[in-house]
Ligand binder design. Structure first.
Ligand code: HMG
Ligand code: MG
Length: 289
């Protein structure tokens, strides 16, 4: 990848729609993904094969994946918390899966009902099966700056866990500032530790935007050589198990800022507008519900 290119990982249909209390229709989800597919984005996280008892908003994961028009060159990805989720995702024809854990024990427990150590053990057979099926596995690490229950998280714990995910076989580690607590200073302290264990090329920034600092945090991360960022159309996003989690950095705003900084993403803002309109109308309906 050229140093002037940034790859965007669109998480709106998953991270965004999991946090809207109103049940968004399967048709709207499919339409949103279809519109995103036309924009030049190469990675779209379409859904999550998680327990519907925990996240009812994602109960239609297979219908969503089966209903979209697959654009060549776009990778349609999904979150999987366990082997059951992996098998459901694979049977629905997912292109890539993501396992997810946290640098905070309490968040791990509240989000996936196990310890951090057990989450890593749970991922081993998933990654083995995915390797056999030729399905790439991404790893998410939540609470890389702070946890809604434990407060600040030490950078060395983030570095150790990111390294553990990579050693398990995740091709890329997405560093989640789940509640948007990061500042350029705390992001720098975290990355100082992490890049000693995991090369910047294998890292992505997943910064929720609670205090309008996500763009500054991304700029700081660019200075560490990170060239992959997660974002959500319309600034959708949050996590039902993380009180206070706000939207992800807005895809449109991020594309514009990166352009100003001299980085190309391959995303057409004109085409993104159509997906953005739908995302914002879904968000408005959710807020009104
Ligand atoms: P558990 O209750 O310990 O699991 O939950 P279980 O094995 O006892 O299963 C409970 C029930 O769920 C059973 O049904 C299972 O069959 C079913 P019952 O027998 O009672 O009828 N079940 C499933 N159904 C469908 N698909 C599955 C599945 N697994 C079990 N895959 C579990 C453990 C991990 C399943 C649960 O905690 C879970 O699904 N958690 C997901 C939470 C989640 O999706 N959180 C949001 C995404 S993470 C995030 O947003 C952060 C991120 O954006 C980065 C950042 O911002 O930091 C990635
Ligand atoms: Mg998130």
């Amino acid at each position: 990848m050229s140093t002037q290119t940034v790859r965007l990982f669109e998480v709106g249909p998953r991270d965004g729609l999991q946090d809207i209390p109103l049940a968004v229709s399967t048709e709207d989800k499919i339409e949103l993904i279809n519109r995103l597919s036309e924009t030049g984005l190469t990675h779209i996280e379409a859904t999550a094969f998680v327990s519907p008892k925990w996240i009812p908003q994602m109960a239609d994961a297979a219908k969503v994946l089966n209903g979209i028009e697959r654009k060549p060159g776009v990778r349609y990805t999904a979150l999987v918390p366990n082997m059951d989720g992996y098998l459901r995702a694979r049977n629905a024809g997912v292109d890539e899966v993501a396992v997810f854990t946290a640098a905070s024990e309490t968040f791990c427990q509240k989000n996936i009902n196990c310890t951090l150590a057990d989450s890593l053990k749970r991922f081993q057979p998933i990654i083995k099966a995915a390797n056999q099926d030729d399905i790439p596995v991404r790893g998410y690490l939540s609470c890389v700056i702070a946890c809604p229950f434990e407060g600040n998280i030490p950078p060395h714990v983030v570095a150790e866990t990111a390294n553990a995910l990579r050693n398990l076989g995740c091709y890329e580690i997405s560093l989640g500032d789940t509640i948007g607590a990061g500042t350029p200073e705390s992001i720098a302290a975290m990355l100082d530790a992490v890049v000693k264990s995991v090369p910047a090329d294998d890292l992505a920034g997943h910064y929720h935007d609670a205090g309008n600092r996500a763009l500054s945090n991304i700029e700081k991360s660019l200075s560490y050589g990170i060239r992959i960022f997660d974002c959500a159309v319309g600034g959708l996003g949050g996590c039902p198990n993380a009180p206070g989690a706000k939207g992800n950095v807005d895809t449109f705003v991020l594309v514009e800022r990166l352009r100003t900084l001299g980085f190309e993403t391959g995303v057409s803002l004109t085409k993104l507008s159509s997906a953005q309109d739908l995302a914002l109308s879904i968000k408005r309906e959710g807020q009104a519900a």
